[in-house]
Design a protein around this ligand. Structure first.
Ligand code: 5GP
Ligand code: MG
Ligand code: MG
Length: 187
């Protein structure tokens, strides 16, 4: 498995430290309120599980699944809801938890979609931000790490469904995905 990896980008202990910081910040910002945390399946589940256990406010959890990538590592720009929230969010304080913001298309769509449902507030928390590939501007309220334009896996993030269980965030070797598809940085 590790022969597919270029190197560790962010190690387990560094992730844990940053997640605790984010949890403290979010707990302060929402003090006295109850928060509905919306995890975006499947990439955000590991991050979300760790993050919510660092919150000391009342919390409820819900999930959405959207498709944008399929087996590819390149965004199609088409976002489709595969699984919607189980609850009405009208009047609730909602925090979207996502693994990574890359082009911004997914989060932009999710924000617009959830805003039409009348939440009291809507914020976004991502573990990773790859600003160099942004196509649409999205306001991210909480971000774990800004990373360079590399394809990363681990800590919830996959390539073709694999590697989500790895405890570090790793850069995948280009030869693992180049050749299978056209990607800008494969040249
Ligand atoms: P966006 O719509 O912002 O381009 O893409 C967001 C989604 O693309 C993320 O939720 C994630 O599923 C996927 N993605 C973008 N960059 C990476 C990456 O470096 N590694 C992995 N595993 N997924 C990525
Ligand atoms: Mg995602
Ligand atoms: Mg994926």
């Amino acid at each position: 498995m590790y022969e597919d990896m270029e190197r560790v980008l962010i190690a387990e202990d560094e992730i844990a430290r940053r997640v605790r910081e984010l949890g403290a910040e979010i707990s302060r910002d929402y003090a006295g309120k109850e928060l509905l945390v919306v995890g975006i399946l499947k990439g955000a589940v590991i991050f979300m599980a760790d993050l919510v256990r660092c919150l000391n406010i009342p919390v409820r959890l819900d999930f959405m699944a959207v498709s944008s990538y399929g087996a590819s590592s390149e965004s199609s720009g088409v976002v489709r809801i595969l699984k919607d929230l189980e609850q009405n969010i009208e009047g609730l304080d909602v925090l979207i938890v996502e693994d990574i913001v890359d082009t911004g298309l997914t989060l932009n769509y999710l924000r617009e979609n959830l805003l039409t449902r009348g939440p009291a507030s809507l914020k976004i928390c991502t573990l990773l931000d790859k600003p160099s590939r942004r196509k649409v501007n999205v306001q991210v309220d909480y971000n774990g790490f800004v990373i360079p334009d590399e394809f990363v896996v681990g800590y919830g993030l996959d390539y073709d469904g694999r590697y989500r269980h790895l405890r570090d965030i790793l850069i995948l070797k280009r030869q693992v995905y180049c050749g299978k598809e056209q990607r800008e940085n494969c040249t």
